[in-house]
Design a protein around this ligand. Structure first.
Ligand code: SAM
Length: 305
């Protein structure tokens, strides 16, 4: 028996079944087309059997960074030709990839970590390949955004992946203003050097919500810290956390806005600006549906007439 009480024979059975499943995939020829393959975000074991089979068979593997991907490919003894495909050479490489697809080749696309196209190169290639009628197949797998969301303990029924926030404060705060009323959890990628500043702006603009920072997911120093944006900003300012990180912010708290509050704000604006501008402004400021504000504005206007 093993420490966890599972008979060793049954664990050996798992290993055999997994190996058999990969062997079975490997005997089937890989049809031509573009394969968008998700790869680990840290732990090299986080790769699907299908991803292994496609990467072992593809005629060519386009990598965001061939040196970086060599670690993964060598780990699984995969020796297919690799070529770089990154944001600086993508426009130049795309015609070559399309020519390979036209020749019936199987072409895999991987990024340094996680799912290609998610804040990584590949979107224009997928668009061009699909427009030219070549098969495009996504092999789902790890993505830091989903792993963070899955561990944050925040609402997941609706979420908005917002990529990286702008590095400059004004632009960052403006972007957060745009996102403030979105009735969903928000997911941001962030660099360690900007974590504290971004969390500070999130606290200032989005206010007191539940939030989390998921750091170094699937790696040795994995950490998920759950607190308000203000507390997380304080922590990040004090300890300057290192590594790769994702910020998740819960949806806005359901604030009950009274009709009187809407009417008061409308009364201050109607006359100074057009009715439709007043409605739009108040709906945005108070985070309430425009129709509700419009109905109240009509009532106010008819009282005044
Ligand atoms: N395509 C990737 C994916 O699907 O996860 C994301 C690529 S994006 C250029 C890199 C960002 O993802 C990092 O700056 C960080 O915000 C996040 N990230 C990547 N790996 C991570 C990890 N192991 N833990 C936490 N965040 C990670």
């Amino acid at each position: 028996m093993t420490q966890k009480g599972q008979p060793r024979e049954s664990q050996a059975g798992v290993a055999e079944r997994a190996a058999a499943a990969v062997r079975e995939l490997l005997v089937q020829p890989l049809p031509g087309g573009l394969y968008v393959v998700a790869t680990p975000i840290g732990n090299l074991a986080d790769i699907t059997l299908r991803a292994l089979a496609v990467l072992a068979q593809a005629d060519v593997i386009y990598c965001e960074d061939t040196r970086h991907s060599r670690i993964l490919l060598a780990h699984y003894a995969m020796a297919r030709p690799t070529r770089p495909y990154h944001e600086h050479n993508a426009a130049h490489e795309r015609p070559r990839v399309l020519a390979e697809l036209a020749a019936g080749k199987s072409v895999a696309l991987i990024s340094d970590a996680g799912t290609p196209l998610i804040c990584d190169p590949g979107y224009k290639l997928v668009r061009a390949a699909a427009a030219a009628g070549f098969p495009v197949t996504a092999l789902p797998g790890p993505s830091a955004a989903l792993a963070a969301l899955a561990s944050a303990g925040l609402a997941t029924d609706a979420f908005l992946f917002a990529g990286f926030l702008p590095p400059r404060r004004n632009a960052r705060q403006a972007r957060l203003q745009e996102l403030k009323a979105v009735p969903a959890s928000l997911v941001f990628f962030e660099a360690p050097s900007r974590l504290a500043d971004s969390l500070g702006d999130i606290a200032a603009v989005l206010g007191d919500r539940a939030a989390a920072v998921a750091r170094e997911l699937t790696k040795m120093h994995e950490e998920v810290r759950r607190a308000s944006p203000a507390e997380l900003a304080r922590w990040a300012g004090e300890v300057t956390p290192k590594g790769e990180m994702v910020i998740v912010v819960g949806p806005p708290l359901a604030v009950v806005v009274a009709d009187a509050q809407i009417a008061e704000r409308l009364a201050a604006l109607i006359g100074a600006i057009s009715l439709s501008d007043a409605v739009r402004t108040v709906a945005h400021e108070l985070g309430v549906p425009r129709k509700r504000v419009y109905d109240l504005a009509l009532g106010l206007q008819s009282q005044r007439e």
